[in-house]
Design a binder for this molecule. Sequence first.
Ligand code: F6R
Length: 269
Amino acid sequence: MRVIVQSNREAVGRRAAQFVAELVRREPTCVLGLATGGTVLGIYAELARMHHEEGLDFSRVVSFNLDEYVGLGPSHPQSFRYFMQQHLFDHINIDVRNTHVPDGRALDFEAHSEQYEKMIREAGGIDLQLLGVGTDGHIAFNEPGSSLGSRTRLKTLTEETVRDNARFFGSIEQVPRLAVTMGVGTILESRRCLLLASGDAKAKAVRDTVEGPVTAQVTASALQLHREVVAVVDEDAGRLLERRDYYRQVEQAQTLLRSGQGMNVTSNS
Ligand code: F6R
């Protein structure tokens, strides 16, 4: 896993947006896997800026979101579909028909989950999956104990996640207890993953993800098995990483190589 430590949350968003923009420029019909939550606000703001100021073109991009709360429809202000419209889709030229978010009000979640996986396959698979990490080490809503081979399905949220996400709702009682989420196995099939984290509250989850053992108790640690993952974290989220100095040296070497030889920036996994 390549680890990039940035000075602060804003720098994480800007650096991560460069990876997305590079892909969108190189492959205008690419398939993006998208996430919601506080962590991704910076990258979405930067992508919107790049669209307006630099003409970054999303018109042929296809997207699939990781997850959705069960029971919330697209017009609910806390639904992830609403979040995506508000923070990204309404600010870029993506065709809304090419955007996919699981349906939190599906009548048959098993059938819906299978259909979601099928749509991802038919789109050619996800080229770049954007991920945040929960304080309990989850990716998407794959809570501790989720199978590392899991596929899209219903998942019960842990108390920790419900508490963490209560900030987006009026009270903890309003946070849905169930979500429909891509599985760890679904995520691992993406061609590349971009994991973002900022803030002190994520420090332990980041250390466990990057340097801990691969375990279903920290589902983000399964990313160690993926061949192309870039983690962009800020100083606070990265403060418990033991090999921070080495990660910095790798980035310095990458910069030198790129300037000298046009080196592929995604190597050093
Ligand atoms: C959201 C998602 C979650 C979040 C994670 C971090 O679509 O899949 O895994 O990425 O809970 O959330 P924030 O960024 O709000 O700390």
